[in-house]
Design a protein around this ligand. Sequence first.
Ligand SMILES: Nc1ncnc2c1ncn2[C@@H]1O[C@H](COP(=O)(O)OP(=O)(O)OP(=O)(O)O)[C@@H](O)[C@H]1O
Ligand SMILES: [Mg+2]
Length: 234
Amino acid sequence: MNPNSQKSAIAVEGLDYAFGEGETAKQVLFGIDLELAPGEFAIMTGPSGSGKTTLLSLVGALRRTQGGRLRSIGYDLGRLEGSRLEAYRRNLGFIFQLHNLFPALTAFQSVQMAADLHPEEAGQMDDRIRALLTRLGLGERLDYRPHQLSGGQRQRVAIARALIHRPALVLADEPTAALDGENTQIVLKLLADLAHERGTTVLMVTQDARVFESADRLIHLVDGRLDSDVRTNT
Ligand SMILES: Nc1ncnc2c1ncn2[C@@H]1O[C@H](COP(=O)(O)OP(=O)(O)OP(=O)(O)O)[C@@H](O)[C@H]1O
Ligand SMILES: [Mg+2]
């Protein structure tokens, strides 16, 4: 099944989530309803502690859903186990703020290792890795190891690693936080092109008001509730 053939890429209905159990349980998401179309580029904002990362980790199946329904690129995340869970995760590109690059691997090798996990995408892979890293401004740094790269350069290697297998859905948590204005624009353009030219759905958390205009959707969370959800490019 082509995951992009779904009518909505992500469909969230009445999603609740609490950390802890019993007396010490603390609910952090309350009745979230959200639908994203394939190829939509959505930006999520909200105060610190409002539940953005929690929501992203539920959509990414890094946490198990509790109350409500969550469907994503054709998978029902409420009942995802074993090999289907693995298959789902392989369709995702995760970009998290705390990226861990292996110290011993060069920029090229780091991305290559991610690509090796997807043999179905093997054709012309070395050229693709080079092209993607070059697009991210790292063409001259292919053979550098993490300790020879700046924080922003490492972040861009992590972004390349998350995108090299052409995931159907990209989940990104403040991916541009370590980047200067120019590199922020490069990364946003890359994500917007993936969305608009390849039909990749992108859900990205950011506080960076400079980037809001790139988005098709602006979703705002406050205290675990969807405060507003605005379509920007209609
Ligand atoms: N593992 C955890 N155990 C218990 N509580 C948690 C855990 N992770 C997050 N929380 C709580 O859930 C709430 C939402 O956290 P979350 O990380 O989703 O916020 P956020 O919107 O991503 O914030 P920020 O902008 O600071 O990254 C917070 O009150 C936080 O304390
Ligand atoms: Mg967060």
